[in-house]
Design a protein around this ligand. Structure first.
Ligand code: TRP
Ligand code: SF4
Length: 404
């Protein structure tokens, strides 16, 4: 069953819990930068989500939030084309979370794998809280608020997007029914104009009679592209295609972020808790020193010992940072003891520094102008709020809360 509305909007959030490192850069941010060229993107600082695990000492959230936004901008996220905002500055998220909580079975939340996993992993924290149980539902509210079609996330977050789809389905099932639906659909179809109305009916027929999924997707895109009909009518037209009622909250899909090929300095996953990171804005001297201290293939205790790049984290970094001619030089030199590890690290250090230089420069521009960063986010907050208010109005109305 396909219940995807071809909505091109992308939404993703990141928790402000510390400064960003090369793992974030290669794993998440480069992906965001690519997406911004193709789609309308909303990216936000999930400060309430950070609070679910850092409620006892929220100071780090406040410290990280602006630095995180600066890191995004430094990575090349373009404030001219992307909407950047802070979750708590769009309090509509809290209202939608509350309304969704009314119809969310407890078991759905208890069964989300990250719930028990995180409680296990963060044993030093008391996560038997109401807020932490609601973590994935708050995330659902974030996503559904913007009717996002695509949600770039890491593998650990896919279950949250899946929950979001179930929540959307349940919401539409409960609140998408309205008296006189078929008639309202007919009216909405004619509002598209003769040509589009005909196209809509033909595509629907193709889907219904031949199970043609492309036709269904094209029909959804046709509806999404209509400029002159009201949102509620669009919801009806989408819903009618799916054989359901109004689609008030469309189901999103996760866009799985490819696993980062960027390991930490010691070859394990790059993570603050392993102390094996290089920060995006690490000082050049520290970058140098950290790479010089990287462990290498332990078989190369002496300069004359041959080594195996496959057993060396430095090689993993070469794969990310240097070109093929250097790769060849490393492979041959390491396996024949023709080069030493100090030699091997030299072009790597140069490449990492060269990659970080423009990031440092952009970051410096923004750190020297905090007002600019604040105004970018303030503008994003407003844009996000406008979109959020529209959705909430429809949500309230469909739940019978439109009385004032
Ligand atoms: N939970 C996400 C994480 O830890 C952050 C997040 C919050 C998010 N709301 C979101 C991601 C909405 C995507 C969409 O990475
Ligand atoms: Fe690693 Fe390079 Fe030394 Fe080989 S030469 S062990 S790849 S650092």
């Amino acid at each position: 069953m396909s219940t995807v509305i071809s909505n091109q909007r992308v939404l993703s959030g990141m928790r402000p819990t510390g400064s960003l490192h090369l793992g974030h850069y290669h794993g998440v941010l480069k992906n965001w930068v690519e997406l911004q060229h193709e789609f309308e993107c909303f990216f936000f600082a999930a400060d309430w989500h950070a609070l679910t695990t850092h409620y006892e000492d929220p100071r780090v959230i406040e410290e990280s939030v602006w630095d995180m936004v600066i890191d995004w901008l430094a990575a090349g996220v373009n404030p001219g084309s992307v909407t950047l905002f802070i979750q708590s500055r769009v309090p509509e998220h809290a209202e939608l979370h509350l309304l969704l909580s009314m119809m969310t079975p407890l078991g759905w939340l208890e069964r989300v794998p990250s719930y028990k996993d995180q409680q296990e992993q963060l044993k030093e924290k008391d996560l038997a809280t109401y807020g932490f149980l609601g973590y994935p539902l708050l995330q659902s509210a974030d996503i559904l608020m913007y009717r996002a079609g695509r949600v770039p996330v890491g593998a650990d977050q896919v279950a949250h997007v899946e929950l979001t789809r179930e929540i959307a389905r349940r919401f539409n099932f409960l609140y998408g029914k309205e008296p006189g639906f078929e008639q309202l659909v007919e009216q909405a179809i004619s509002k598209m104009g003769k040509k589009n109305a005909k196209l809509y009916r033909n595509l629907l027929k193709k889907f219904q009679e031949q199970g043609d999924d492309d036709a269904l997707q094209t029909a959804h895109a046709l509806v999404s592209g209509q400029q002159n009909i009201a949102l509620a009518d669009k919801d009806r037209l989408h819903g009618f295609l799916e054989g359901s009622g109004k689609v008030i909250l469309p189901e999103p899909q996760s866009l799985l972020t490819p696993a980062s090929k960027m390991p930490g300095l010691d070859g394990r996953k790059m993570s603050k808790s392993y102390h094996n990171t290089i920060k995006m804005r690490e000082a050049p001297d520290d970058v140098d020193a950290k790479i010089r201290r990287m462990p290498t293939d332990p078989a190369r205790a002496r300069r004359t010992d041959v080594g195996d790049p496959d057993k060396c984290p430095v090689w993993q970094w070469h794969i990310v940072y240097t070109d093929e001619s250097i790769h060849k030089w490393v492979q041959e030199g390491c396996r024949s003891a023709g080069i030493g590890c100090v030699d091997c690290k030299k072009p790597l250090i140069e490449a990492v520094q060269a990659d970080l230089e423009p990031i440092r420069m952009r970051a410096a521009e923004y750190t020297s102008d905090p007002d600019l960063v604040k105004s970018i986010v303030a503008e994003g907050n407003e844009k996000a709020r406008d979109a959020a208010r529209q959705t909430l109005e429809e949500v309230r109305e469909s739940m019978g809360l439109a009385y004032r």
